[in-house]
Write a protein that binds this ligand. Structure first.
Ligand code: 13P
Length: 260
């Protein structure tokens, strides 16, 4: 059975003290939850990865990077390699976030290089895909998402469940307060799962977690998690406050344990 994932993407928010006090508050509470079937994840900015890992030790909360360099090493000022992330024993890294695609000109080909770099170091990529409002209104959602998937996973063989996580993040829903409804998200998640099945196998497709991202908050998480192909959330704004993050985690725990 796929586990539910509650991943907080802190983007360029939270300094050292803020990150530490979040961990102090969240770690003991998360530890007290039955997270057998749930994976809580937090993705802080690069400088705080190691601190957060240390402060969350002994709790079920895992730490993720928000991005990675496509290069193995070299003169790339400001970049962080997959080997560096692996040296921290980081289990996850987000890759291909729409903000990277939009503001840093990341193409599907670059996203693919980054995916490969992560996989070579046994870091599970959280691959983001999603359409803009213009693309949705033009009826191109499926084409855009499939193009992003096939570009990023071109000639990449997946062998194991849990080797990759996909996050469907419609750009029009990110930071806008306007989330996709459960049905809207489910429709695209089903397309993604079908694509994975056709490219790989039914078993593999059924083992890959597909997260929804875009204005997820405690008030709408239950509706989203109720959908058969939605396996959790990649959450920006609503993951910044411990209380809000914990409420969403609690929702996932309840659902995973069949309590709602
Ligand atoms: P918001 O939850 O703030 O809409 O951000 C979503 C997102 O981009 C997570 O990666």
């Amino acid at each position: 059975m796929r586990k539910l994932i509650i991943a907080g993407n802190w983007k360029m928010y939270k300094g050292l003290e803020d990150a530490k006090s979040f961990a102090r508050e969240v770690a003991p509470i998360a530890k007290g939850m039955d997270t057998t079937n749930v994976v809580p994840i937090l993705a802080p900015a690069y400088p705080f990865l190691a601190v957060l890992q240390r402060d969350l030790e002994g709790s079920p909360v895992k730490v993720s990077a928000q991005d990675v360099s496509s290069h193995p090493d070299g003169a790339f000022t400001g970049e962080v390699s997959a080997a560096m992330l692996a040296s921290l024993k980081l289990p996850y890294s987000i890759v291909g976030h729409s903000e990277r695609r939009a503001y840093h000109a990341e193409t599907n080909a670059i996203v693919r290089e980054k995916l490969l770099a992560l996989m070579q170091h046994d870091i599970c990529p959280i691959l983001c895909v999603g359409e803009t409002l213009v693309q949705r209104d033009a009826g191109n959602t499926k084409d855009v998402v499939v193009d992003q998937l096939s570009g990023a996973l071109h000639k990449i063989n997946l062998y194991n469940q849990g080797e990759i996580i996909i996050a469907y993040e419609p750009v029009w829903a990110i930071g806008t307060g306007r989330n996709a409804t459960g049905e809207q998200a489910q429709e695209v998640h089903a397309i993604i799962r079908k694509w994975l099945k056709d490219k790989y196998s039914e078993t593999l497709a059924n083992g890959i977690s597909i997260l929804y991202g875009g204005s997820v908050k405690p008030e709408n998480i239950d509706e989203l998690l109720a959908m058969p192909d939605i396996d959790g959330g990649l959450i920006g704004g609503a993951s910044l406050k411990p209380d809000s993050y914990l409420r969403m985690l609690e929702s996932a725990v309840k659902r995973a344990n069949g309590e709602q």
